[in-house]
Design a protein around this ligand. Structure first.
Ligand code: MN
Ligand code: MN
Length: 459
């Protein structure tokens, strides 16, 4: 099967140029001026952009949480991702207490098996770091997993202490694994949360009050220091505030191997959204929490000056009516997380590219090229280049779309960006040469998404 995209604008991290692009089978076969069709199916694309398929390196599909689980599984999550122009994602396999890393990975493989319609891989979140588990870290690359995540928050559940973080960092450094860290000081947060609940501070707003930016900045600096001494490259997930960004910037100025991610939602919402009336604020509860308008500006600056490398979603959806309401009388019981897997490219293009803050090339770099490079799937993924997988998004930069739970494909009863009209939207999507989205029609076949066996860290 050959497909010729004719007359569109091919966008890479280097920039945008009007060129034809030929797909043969699963790969990109040629890019150039006036390519002959030679019997290929022709897609006329004047006025449209050809983007490399989006890569969302931070998702939580079908994630167990207490007695519940995140609302989107690998079926609905992939459907929504595809409509949003994302063709690959990396989800977190979370080690259950007492389980080996291999067992954890098998659990997550089972979640995706038979459901996947886009390509997917796994990070390993270590939650129960026994000596045997530490020894197992070196085996992860053989299983296609070249990232390990630690959480410095969620005390008593997922949090690791400094000694553990340091021990894990040494292991990842020697195994060619990129260490990822959720940076918030969970010890202090734990005290603040218990005090707030006891004092009657129970509303969603109290979620933000008990997770101040200082504690993200502090933990970010601590993770950077521990990783540096261990010789471990470090990827800081979901940077939300200027204080954390300053730590990343200073580390990079010292020549440390530190990379950082933010999420689209942190550009759009502040802690004030947690005060929305009628418990609506619970829809905006995520960790770290939404900050201030000043932090939003700092994040844009970080995106412009290169201190932030990746925009991924931390998609972790919970239904408002049946799940977020578990915390109606106590904010600390609100499942933490927001839906964004479908909206990432649209809202970032709208506010970033259409809003004049970043170039198209930078947009592609943040959403596809850097994720592929950092996470061991470049150049197979992340760029429109000859020989790469034909993961292609046909994107109409002029199309207007109003984001809403009534029309989105995520299996969750609210949309974070409800009512927001964006300019620029995907109109058709291909994964490895096979079309999976055509306008509002889904053409993906369950089980066609492939596991991404990722290379060792070597950016
Ligand atoms: Mn996190
Ligand atoms: Mn997360």
């Amino acid at each position: 099967m050959r497909t010729l995209f004719r007359g569109g604008t091919v966008v890479t991290a280097e920039g945008a140029r009007q060129e034809d692009l030929l797909v043969d089978g699963e790969r990109i076969a040629a890019i150039g001026q006036r390519l002959p069709d030679d019997g290929a199916a022709v897609v006329d694309a004047p006025g449209l952009l050809l983007l490399p398929g989006g890569i969302d390196v931070h998702t939580h599909l079908d994630m167990p949480l207490g007695d519940t689980a995140s609302a989107d599984d690998f079926t609905s999550g992939h459907l929504a991702a595809a409509f949003g122009g994302t063709t690959s994602h990396l989800d977190f396999a979370i080690q259950p207490k007492g389980a080996s890393l291999r067992e954890a990975l098998d659990l997550w493989h089972a979640r995706a098996a038979g459901r996947a319609t886009i390509d997917y891989g796994f990070h390993m979140t270590i939650a129960d770091p026994t000596p045997a588990v530490l020894d197992e870290i070196a085996l992860l690359p053989d299983w296609g997993v070249t990232t390990v995540k630690v959480l410095m928050a969620y005390k008593g559940r997922l949090q690791v202490d400094d000694a553990t973080l340091f021990a894990i960092a040494r292991r990842t450094a020697s195994a060619g694994i990129l260490l990822m860290a959720h940076c918030e000081n969970g010890d202090a947060i734990d005290i603040l949360v218990r005090e707030a609940v006891a004092a009657g501070c129970r509303s969603p707003r109290c979620h933000a009050l008990t997770r101040p930016a200082e504690l993200e900045g502090e933990a970010t600096g601590r993770a950077i220091a521990l990783a540096a001494v261990a010789g471990a490259p470090l990827y800081v997930v979901h940077v939300t505030c200027d204080l954390a960004l300053q730590q990343v910037r200073a580390a990079r100025a010292r020549g440390l191997r530190v990379w950082a991610e933010t999420c689209p939602q942190y550009f759009f919402f502040t802690a004030d959204d947690l005060d929305r009336p009628g418990f609506e604020g619970a829809k905006f509860v995520c960790s770290p929490p939404f900050r201030t308008a000043r932090d939003q500006e700092a994040l844009w600056e970080g995106v412009r000056d290169g201190s932030l490398d990746v925009v991924a979603t931390d998609h972790c959806s919970f239904n408002f009516a049946t799940q977020k309401t578990l915390g109606r009388d106590d904010f600390s019981k609100i499942p933490s997380g927001v839906p964004a897997i479908e909206d990432r490219l649209m809202v970032l293009h709208h506010a970033g590219v259409d809003g004049g803050r970043i170039s198209l090339g930078r947009f592609v770099e943040l959403t596809a090229t850097n994720p592929a490079r950092l996470f061991g799937i470049y150049p197979r993924k992340g760029s429109l280049t000859v020989g790469a997988d034909a993961d292609i998004v046909l994107f109409d930069p002029q199309a207007e779309r109003t984001l809403s739970a009534r029309t989105h494909h995520m299996r969750v009863d609210y949309n974070l960006f409800e009512g927001m009209t964006v300019r620029g939207a995907p109109v058709a999507v291909w994964v490895r040469g096979r079309q999976i989205v055509d306008g509002d029609r889904f053409l993906g076949q369950s089980g066609s998404g492939r596991f991404l066996h990722r290379a060792r860290f070597a950016p």
